[in-house]
Design a protein around this ligand. Sequence first.
Ligand SMILES: N[C@@H](CCC[C@H](N)C(=O)O)C(=O)O
Length: 283
Amino acid sequence: MKLKFTKMHGAGNDFVVIDAINQAIDFTPEQWRFLADRRFGVGADQMLVVERPQQDDVDFRYRIYNSDGGEVEQCGNGARAFVRFVTEKGLTDKRAIRVETMSGVICPRLEEDGGITVDMGAPILQPQRVPFHANGLDGRAEGEDTLWPLEINGRTLWFSAVSMGNPHAVQVVDDVDAAPVAADGPQIEHHPRFPKRVNAGFMQIVDRHAIRLRVFERGAGETLACGTGACAAVVAGIRRGLLDSPVRVDTRGGTLSIAWAGGASPVLMTGPAVSVFDGEIEI
Ligand SMILES: N[C@@H](CCC[C@H](N)C(=O)O)C(=O)O
């Protein structure tokens, strides 16, 4: 078939976005990997699929595939791209949209100034729900705070386990430019304590309202930005007493703003979403 798509990015985290309302798709993991391939396909960190909702009280269903072909629960930068896409393609004229994802309903909003804010829902902090095998670590139980040790490449790293619908392991580093993201990222991603693998965040604290962040993403490798990674890092920093909301998050591809009032309040993420080009590919 000839697939119509739009190439987009949010702070350099890039996507192939597909309207599956007006074209029927049913791809294998191999086909997703082909689309993501930067040499033989279109090239993207994730593929985003816009579908009709399955529930009554929502406007769309939004599905996410990593470049390794696996479907995942959530994508923050993708949520903003999703809003830009459904607006630009005339699929809705609402400014506040309710969207069904694999990990629940999220509520993005197109602001008057053209920016996009996403209510990403409340973070999940119980290790078992991240999901993370915490049993036996220091004798701490579910719900206890907050730092966990992990043996990586012969060193003990201390990290926060946070789920934004998808799993994150966040550590604080002195200098994000010097952090061993390429060496440690795959080891953290595949550590046996994470039964569904994990996104590995490396956060440098700049001041109480600013961090620098790199994320080695599950199923995609290091990306220029990770929206849920930014949410998870800010939640971890606030929980550890290092940050106060709102927090500016500088990534290698751009800047996000993250606000969180703590506890069960939702995490609010604001940032860019850009359409690059429309295309068609035989698949
Ligand atoms: N880039 C995304 C996250 C995409 C999914 C992630 N790699 C996972 O497997 O959970 C974002 O902006 O949040």
